[in-house]
Every structure is written in structure tokens, then in C-alpha cells.
Design a protein around this ligand. Sequence first.
Ligand SMILES: *Cc1c(COP(=O)(O)O)cnc(C)c1O
Length: 467
Amino acid sequence: MTPEEFRRHGHEVIDWIADYLDGIEDRPVQAEVDPGDVRAALPEHPPTEPESFDAVLDDVDRVILPGVTNWQHPQWFAYFPANNSYPSILGELMSAGLGVQGMSWVTSPACTELETLMLDWMQELLDLPEQFRSTSESGGGVLQGSASEATLVAILSARHRATGGAVNVDGDTSRLVAYSTSQSHSSIEKGLRIAAIGTDRIRIVPLDDDFAMRPDALDEMIRADIEAGLIPFFVNSNHGTTSSMAFDPTGAIGAICREHDVWLHVDGAMAGIAALVPEFRWVNAGLEFADSYATNAHKWMGVNFDCTTYWTGDRASLLGALSILPEYLRSAAAEAGAVIDYRDWQVPLGRRFRALKLWFTIRCEGIDAFRRMIRDHVSMTQQLAGWIGDDERFEIVAPHPLNLVCLAHVAGNEATDALIEAANDSDAGHFTRTVLDGRSVLRISVGARTTTPVHVEHAWTTLASLA
Ligand SMILES: *Cc1c(COP(=O)(O)O)cnc(C)c1O
């Protein structure tokens, strides 16, 4: 493709994206294809000669779009939001255009310095503890690809702090023990497995009636493990679980972690962004105890995937765990300690210029736009919860402080499952099932940027008619 062709097709693609997003409401929410349909519609073997870009775009319309699930749709009530915005898309495009590798400061200074500044901006916007600022004595922030990567980095940092780098502390098997609840995201167990912490060393801490960790139970478990000669090293506290948006009591958990010198990670992947809004800053409660914290700009803040903001208050353990310095990566700036080399803050070596899309979004959309959006989502959710609460056929089965409502049909699991299936076959939107305390649950997550009260009301009237 020549520069002239790139200009022409580039304009076409921008128009295509604007048409797609502007007209998204006319599309179905869920992909209308059967397994294998997309592949079967494309050639089995790669082309031997270059094709025209027009032919490629035609195939996008003909084959790819029908196979796309439309996460930006206003009737999107499934999983969690994954919002994008026009400035973010342009930042992503520019990152691709620059094509830099930001593994070290010296490999592209602006890539590192803008990222550090963005993490400090976000620390300020979310009103997070000072220990996370890059200018603090021992902390700092970094963009990770996903909350799952952030969790893994936290676990590896915790393991380093507990062992000084020698993993097999008693010769052949690790005595390290990790703690979390059954409501934690799957990435916690996955990260622990990758770090070679076996399932027999992962403690599932009992829950209270609101699906939150019981700190008294955590304390008992930690004491019993120490008594048995094991080494408690990592606790994950949830700020907004995926199933039900439960908040673990991080203040009480943090005091226990301090007492026993256990790393405290807080997973606020979805809900942490609510702290952009002053009246929702309660979501930060207890973070002053956290050794590490993650929230996703790529869920509820208009920045397209991937953009997890991750902070630690213990940079030394992070670098101890992940810093390896081959000859070819040495630089005078790094050796003088004047710069950050973010390759030491993540699992991969190479890294994209992700900070651009966060910077573009904050500057061009403005934070007030997201504050308004978050407030609107929460108030729509509370209105919805009111309607559900007034209908005797339904029961709300978990607290709903933000933008998620969990409901069950009073007639039992079969009725709830049938409702979820019927709702997903209707035009009311896309909904996800979960299980809480043995009960089937329909989750309604209100978080697409395009969702308005009209869409939530349509979802509700449809659910009410199907129940
Ligand atoms: C979405 C979510 C995750 C995983 O986020 P990724 O960025 O997709 O890895 C982890 N924890 C919670 C609470 C989440 O909501």
C-alpha cells in the first residue's frame, strides 16, 4: 500500500468506524452466526497475490460484521462494559502508526514519560493514596494489558517479597499460601497457578451475606497456616466482584495483612473507575493498605481495550521479581537511575504506546463526560432495581450500589434460567447468567456509553413480559 492509498483507505476506514458506531442501534446485540460460519465463508488458504483493500472491506461487511457481537450497543447488559470513544480509537491508530516499542525509556522516551504522567493523572482523578504516585518514595504506576496481567504481576511481586527470589523455600515444595474468596475473578487463580501456587495452597475465605470476605475468617486461616509452618504471602481483596459487584472490607483485611506482612492486592477492575465521581469515592475504602491496585480504563471509561491502570506501593519488590538485564538492554540513563524501564514492570518485554489513547480520551472527551456517564448509569440501575423490587415475581439477590443488579425468579432456578434464555433471544439485549449461593441469577450490567433510560426501560418491560 502506498502512502496515497493509505490516505484514501484510511479515510474510508474512519468513515466505516463512524458509520458503525453511529448506527449501532440498528444492529442486533449478539452475533447471529453458528459455530464455524465465519471460517467457512472465507478461503481455506491464504492468497498468493495481493488483493485490493476494497475486496478486504467487502469481506468485513459480508463475513466479519455478522459474526461480531456488538459490545457498544445500547442494549448491552452482559458481562461488563467495554466502552470505546472516538479519541481513544484515534490514539490507538496513532500508536500503530508510530510503531514504537516502549520496553525501555531509551527505546522511545515519550512512550515511557507520557505513560508515567497518565498514571499520575489517574491517581489524582481517582483520588488514590499518595503511595501510588511515581514521585512517591517507593511506588508508581504502569499500564498493563489487562487486569489479569496486573494480578499476575502483583502475585509475582508478593512472591518475591516473601521469598527474596528463592521460590522453593523448604527445598522442594512451596510453603506459600494465598487467600481470596470464591467470588474472585478467575484471573486470581490463573495467576497463582502460573506462579506455581497449587490449589492446595489457595485458601477460599468464607463470605458474609453480601458475598464479601469475612475478615475474621481470613485472620483465623492465616493464623492456622502460620501455626502449620506455612507462609501466608498474598491476599486478594475485591472492589466489585464480577458476579455480583461485592466489595470486600479492605480496611479490615489490610490491617490483618499488615500484622502478618502479607501482600495485599486489590482488584477494582470494573468498579474502581467509579472513583472518578466524588460521591462514589467510597469504592477506594482501605486502599491505603494496598501493596498493589488495578482498575480498567478499558471497561467504564471510554478507552478501548487494552488499558489497565496498575499501581504498586512497593516498587522494589516488583523490580526484584521482574527485572532482568541483558547486555543489549543496558543504557546510561537507566544505570544512572534517572528513568523508568517499563519492561521491568510487566511480563512481556515489548510494549505498545498505550498511553496515547488514555491521553487523547482524557483531553478530548473531558473527565466530566465520564462522570456524567457513570452517574447516569448508576441512577438508571437504581431505577431499574426499584422496578424489580416492586414486582413480586422477582427477588434482588445482592446489594446493588453501582451499575449492576442481580435478580432471581422467585419460582426458582428453572424459571430464572428460562427467563435468561428468553431475554437473550429477544431484542431486550444481551444478559449474563451467574450463580450466587446456589441460585441461578440474571445479571443486568448497565454500562455501555450509548445506553439511555429508554434502553433500560425497554429491557425491563421485556423481562417483565417474559417472566
Ligand atoms: C473484568 C474483570 C477482571 C478481568 O479483567 P481483564 O482486564 O479482562 O483481565 C478482573 N477482575 C474483575 C473484578 C473484573 O471485573
